[in-house]
Ligand binder design. Sequence first.
Ligand code: GLA
Length: 380
Amino acid sequence: MTQCLPNILSLVAAAAILFAGCSPSTPESPRRSRAPFGTLGGKEVFLYTLRNKSGMEARITNYGGIVVSLLVPDKSNKPGDVVLGYDSLSSYLKATSYFGAIVGRYGNRIGKGRFTLEGKEYALNVNDGHNTLHGGLKGFDKVVWEADESIPATQPSLSLSYLSRDGEEGFPGSLKATVAYTLTDSNELRIDYTASTDKPTVLNLTHHSYFNLAGAGSGDILSHELMLNADRFTPIDSGIITTGELKPVEGTPMDFRTPTAIGARIGVKDDQLRFGRGYDHNWVLNRTGEGLSLAARVWEKTSGRVMEVWTTEPGVQFYTGNFLDGTAIGKGGKAYAYRTGLCLETQHFPDSPNKPTFPTTVLRPGEKFTSTTVYKFSVQ
Ligand code: GLA
């Protein structure tokens, strides 16, 4: 403190010293702000903006935990929005593509919408032919989540919770799920999931952003180069249900162990590509122990943007937007045509509740489910 005592001979110098080093603490700028986004069923829906110190900005709504926009700098440091989405809540309410959403209670498919747990068979709402996809008719992407406003706005974080009641969409047990989004100063969008239940249930939470590293609405993603850190994938049948096998990618169009343009083999004659109408499969990640492990790396040449995906999950669904058909009119009036976004949905394997050899998705009372995925951006 002695160096901070005012020097009567030089008030100006003293003031400068005080300002530089000894003021109690300079107020931190807010890194999270909130604006109204509409109402649903009497509940207020907000659009939160998170900003880091390195040029990234995410807008996230508590409807479906949806990432509405994600601004990421390109190789000339110019920010661009790299996720598909809509400008208004009303568009999200009509949407069918899960743009940017948190998906649950069970992300991906459960064959015939049925599974048996502890000797009891459960019948779920089916919404994808005879199957249950992404939680059923009204999954976690279509509900209003509660935001934890007690987290200081100086943190670029948003924590959302949802209580899914016992029997919702046919799933057993009241499940409390929390999803925390954080923008780090190393240009990462980090997602931390936690959950607990009061009865045995099955759970598979994921995030469903459609990325286009050249910018949302700028064209297809076929020239993006992809690396998937996986020696095996889970083959599907013609109904996009996993067969239960773990098949080597070696010698197939599913081999992305070295960076390859997404479009390089998407059109080849191959049963798996035919069943998925392109890539719509789960890869079995080459994991190294517990904790975050590299799942995927995507590079888009013109913008120079790179996205790495790190996860604690055992699998990733790589989906090439094969169901997009140009009818979705997104942000700024841009139509999202066939294959203009790619999803990397970190997850447990599809239809695990019916595939006893897959890693379990069962959550029991007293257990705490945790899972983390990081989307890390850079340029090259
Ligand atoms: C996932 C599925 C796809 C499709 C999309 C949403 O990626 O695997 O088959 O349902 O979600 O359209």
